[in-house]
Design a protein around this ligand. Structure first.
Ligand code: PMP
Length: 438
């Protein structure tokens, strides 16, 4: 690589100047591992970016993408479709909670989120409740980088350079409560009452102005925040009572991360829409989707009436792209044939025990796990928040483990094919890295 090769690329969510002085490159991947261009092996502790749930380089997925590229590379998406699109929709729909089987395709989590928010607005308007335009997110929520997702998202650094975002947006408080819930096993006990902030917003604005609430059932990007027991149930109940649509953003939790097809299934709480991406194709080809309750789809179709006409003026050139569909079908085959969601559930107790063994280490202030995901929270260095997280991430990368740092929280979310030995190796890496922090 020539030095000036570094100049053109503008990396997303990256300190580009630092990166270009210290580039970290990944060149190859297979199974549980990445390799750098120099041939150094890294254990993949993050399933890429929470997406490679079946592990890297699955031959069936590779072959399906290759075959589809040769068969038909692209098909226009508006007023036309191809057979694989129907197949993926029905396969994905069958994995959703009962009734959430009307599937709209996008190309990323961000697009799926903006699609879901727009469907919520259009649905209310089609039913004659056009006053329902307010959207409610949550502090520390991550819903991608479109203007809709950014606006309902609750991460200040992501928002502050871009002005006020959408009007009419409120945020519920985060469920993060380290004082009461640190080192909880499974769902924390305290905090269900934070859902009641929604009642406050209803009292303030009127239910007839509120279209939808969107939350990650388990917040991933901001540090693996597990919902307190009873919290999601309470949110569901308040939404139902006030006619507000509840959207679960399952871009991370969809496709097995919590030991079930969805977090909705894992927690036993059914929203009105679920946003999906990442694991839908095992990360191999970009794809996003919104799973909608039949009533939402029917509501929009019925409102359009008998006259011919488009009921939702929304979509993407690459919605249900043939390569993404082929990758998705092959991915869903792997999940099914290898029982990977059940495997994640079966491994979860060993995962939890291994991660919690890090509890006594210096600087560790909380450990949160559920399914095959974990957040290890470190005490920030006084005056330099985020530095310990970055140092640990870099140390782990140098020693052979890919982890993810978000501030002073290290997140782990390995492919669901991980073995118990690899879980042990991962925790060993982290223990050695923690010992080096001052
Ligand atoms: N929602 C959630 C919950 C996510 O975790 C992410 C990505 N990490 C997104 C939306 C955005 O997805 P994408 O980067 O594919 O746009």
């Amino acid at each position: 690589m020539r030095t000036n090769d570094l100049d053109s690329l503008w990396l997303p969510f990256t300190d580009n100047r630092y990166f270009k002085a210290n580039p970290r490159l990944l060149a190859r991947a297979e199974g549980m591992h990445y390799w750098t261009p120099e041939g150094r092996q890294l254990l993949d502790g993050t399933a890429g970016l929470w997406c490679v749930n079946a592990g890297h380089g699955r031959p069936g997925i590779v072959a399906a993408i290759q075959a589809q590229a040769a068969e038909m590379d692209f098909a226009p998406t508006f007023q036309l479709a191809h057979p694989l699109a129907f197949e993926v929709a029905s396969r994905v729909g069958a994995l959703m909670p009962p009734g959430l089987d009307r599937i709209f395709f996008a190309n990323s989590g961000s697009e799926a989120v903006d699609t879901a928010l727009k469907i919520a607005l259009a649905y209310h308007r089609a039913r004659g409740e056009g006053s329902r335009t307010r959207l409610i997110g949550r502090e520390r929520g991550y819903h991608g980088t479109g203007f809709g997702g950014l606006s309902v998202g609750g991460i200040m650094p992501n928002r502050r350079a871009f002005g006020p975002g959408l009007p009419g947006v409120d945020h519920l408080p985060s469920t993060h409560d380290p004082l009461r819930n640190a080192f909880s096993h499974g769902q924390p006990l305290h905090g269900a009452e934070r859902a009641d902030a929604l009642e406050g917003l209803v009292a303030l604005h009127g239910a007839d102005t509120i279209a939808a609430v969107i939350v990650e059932p388990l917040a991933g990007s901001t540090g693996v925040l597990v919902p307190p027991l009873g919290y999601l149930e309470r949110l569901r109940e308040i939404c139902t009572r006030h006619g507000i649509l509840l959207i679960f953003d399952e871009v991370i939790t969809g496709f097995g991360r919590l030991g079930a097809a969805t977090a909705a299934e894992a927690f036993g709480v059914t929203p009105d829409m679920i946003t999906l991406a990442k694991g839908i194709t095992n990360g191999a080809v970009p794809m996003g989707a919104v799973a909608c309750a039949r009533g939402i789809y029917d509501g929009l179709i019925d409102a359009a009436g008998d006259a011919p006409g488009i009921e939702l003026f929304h979509g993407y050139t690459y919605s249900a792209h043939p390569l993404a569909c082929a990758a998705s079908i092959a991915t869903l085959d792997v999940y099914r044939d290898e029982g990977l969601f059940a495997r994640a559930a079966a491994l979860a107790p060993a995962w939890e025990a291994a991660l919690h063994s890090l509890a006594g280490h210096a600087h560790v202030t909380d450990i949160r796990t559920l399914g095959l995901v974990a957040g290890i929270e470190l005490a920030p260095r006084p005056g330099s928040p985020g530095v310990r997280g970055q140092l640990l991430f870099r140390h782990l990368f140098d020693k052979g483990l890919l982890a993810r740092a978000t501030g002073d929280i290290i997140a782990l979310s390995p492919p669901l094919i991980i073995s118990e030995d690899e879980i042990g190796a991962m925790v060993e890496h982290v223990a050695r890295g923690l010992a080096l922090l001052d």
